[in-house]
Design a protein around this ligand. Sequence first.
Ligand code: GLP
Length: 260
Amino acid sequence: MEVVILNGSKHIAKLAADAVEDLLRRRPDAVLGLATGSSPLPVYDELAARHERDGLDFSRASGFALDEYVGLPPGHPESYREVVRREFTNRVNIRPENVHGPDGAAADIPAACRAYEEAIAAAGGVDLQLLGVGTDGHIAFNEPGSSFASRTRIKSLIEQTRRDNARFFSSLADVPHHVLTQGLGTIMDARHVILLATGAQKAQAVREFVEGPVAAICPASILQFHPHATVLLDEAAASALKLADFYRHTYDNKPAWQGI
Ligand SMILES: N[C@@H]1[C@@H](O)[C@H](O)[C@@H](COP(=O)(O)O)O[C@@H]1O
């Protein structure tokens, strides 16, 4: 796991966008793993700007969302399908039919989850997965206690996550209790994972998943086993890390030819 401490979300967005751009130039038909929440928004802004300004081309790329609420009516503005469309895919030239998300409105949920796993596999797997982290250490919607071997499935949200996400809804009561989410096993199959975290409210979760034991109580800690995981933090999110100076030193002294 490579930990990079940067000066603010603009810098984080630039580095994450560099990784996406580098991937697209090497592999125009790359498969992107798309996260929701507020953490990746500056990355999407930066990618949309590069598309507009430099012609960064997504025409052969595809995207897979991490998760989806269950029970929101189709087209609900806070369904992750809509969020991904509004915040990112509508702003670049990725083909709408190449953008996928778990079907939270499916009549047969287990079949929809299996189909989603099959679709990811048929696309060749995710090349670069963007991730945020919940204040309880969840990634996608894999709440504490999730199996490290899990695949896409239905999960219940814990109250802390519902409260954290209530800011996107009119009231806490409107936040769904159930979600479909890629499993931790699914996420671990991505070839490169970039997790973004900013703000002091993430400091404890960051400390636990980066420097704590690998344990299901902190789902993001499984990334310690990922062969290519990059963690991009601002100073506030990094503020509880014991080895912060070491991470700064290793990144600052990295050979220039090595990207993240
Ligand atoms: N399912 C999403 C996660 O994928 C995201 O990482 C988390 C943190 O969101 P934020 O980046 O807004 O803090 O929120 C939601 O629960």
